[in-house]
Design a protein around this ligand. Sequence first.
Ligand code: TXA
Ligand code: MG
Length: 335
Amino acid sequence: MNDLGSMPVEGRIATRRLGADASGLAEAARLLAGGELVAFPTETVYGLGADATDPSAVARIFAAKERPRFNPLIAHLPDAAAARAEGRFDAAASRLAEAFWPGPLTLVVPAHARTSVCDLARAGLPSLALRVPRSALAQDLLARVGRPVAAPSANRSGRVSPTSAAHVLGDLDGRVAAVLDGGATPVGLESTVIACLGGPPRLLRPGGLPREAIRAVLGTDILDAEADAAERPVGPGLLASHYAPRARVRLDAERIEPGEAALLFGPDTPPGCVEARATFNLSPQGDPAEAAAHLFAALRDLDASGASVIAVAPVPMSGLGEAINDRLRRAAAPR
Ligand code: TXA
Ligand code: MG
């Protein structure tokens, strides 16, 4: 509380916490349709939603997150038919959409000339990122809104993505109209982003859909965007430093130094753990999916311990391990 009581403070609004029930959904949809910002859960992470057809609503996303305007947003739709109305799907995009929607996959495709997603949401690009989330709550909300909803992860730009309503409020309280509280998000990592822009599909961001599953559907390993810098689209999600906790992150720690916070994976405890300031084991059984679900909350918890270094034990690359390692590498990158 501050001395100003209920007087409006420039740039601050009272953020409401809405329940995951019919009245919470109805209110969230009403706010979105009215041009307000509402954070909502998907199966990956919480998104910061705005009506993607309304440039002033979309502008509020960039302001609330302090996100650079050259970084385009994902448009969320309740089903594949609604998504296909916004962009052009080649054979690979169609196969991927068929196999993995609804789910943790974002497809970047050429935008239709008649797309309803505004230029600002697309950062002026001729392409468009589309996603159909699997979360029932998100689908219900999107169906009620009846328009594409632009939604980046509901964190301040550069910080760790939120997997709970409390994380959202920690970053954005007073900057958004409401958060729809659907509990912890089950996947815990952002969607896998794949560009289907005519040539072979390219992996722009590893995420909640593992490479092995994509290979099984395409019949070949997917090419990385990094393999061809000239074709690589811009986007801070692809920048080196991202997902940054306050503490420095030290990767591939074989032992823990006194006073460090320890982020562990699997049954083996590295030497030095007894003198750690705090420890968090992402999955004592060594399950990458369980580890993914806990990763962002673990980074926040260990950061809150006050340690100046978070030492991270190695995590294998299989399954969701690729996306976990991608996020850890960015969290460790020089800022
Ligand atoms: O799981 C998720 O993907 C979450 C939930 C809320 O859906 N959203 C999310 O959005 O992670 P965001 O904005 O944090 O990350 C979207 C990524 C960014 O790296 C952005 O640069 C990229 O997708 N992107 C969006 N549109 C693009 C486009 N037209 N071409 C290339 N990359 C694009
Ligand atoms: Mg993000």
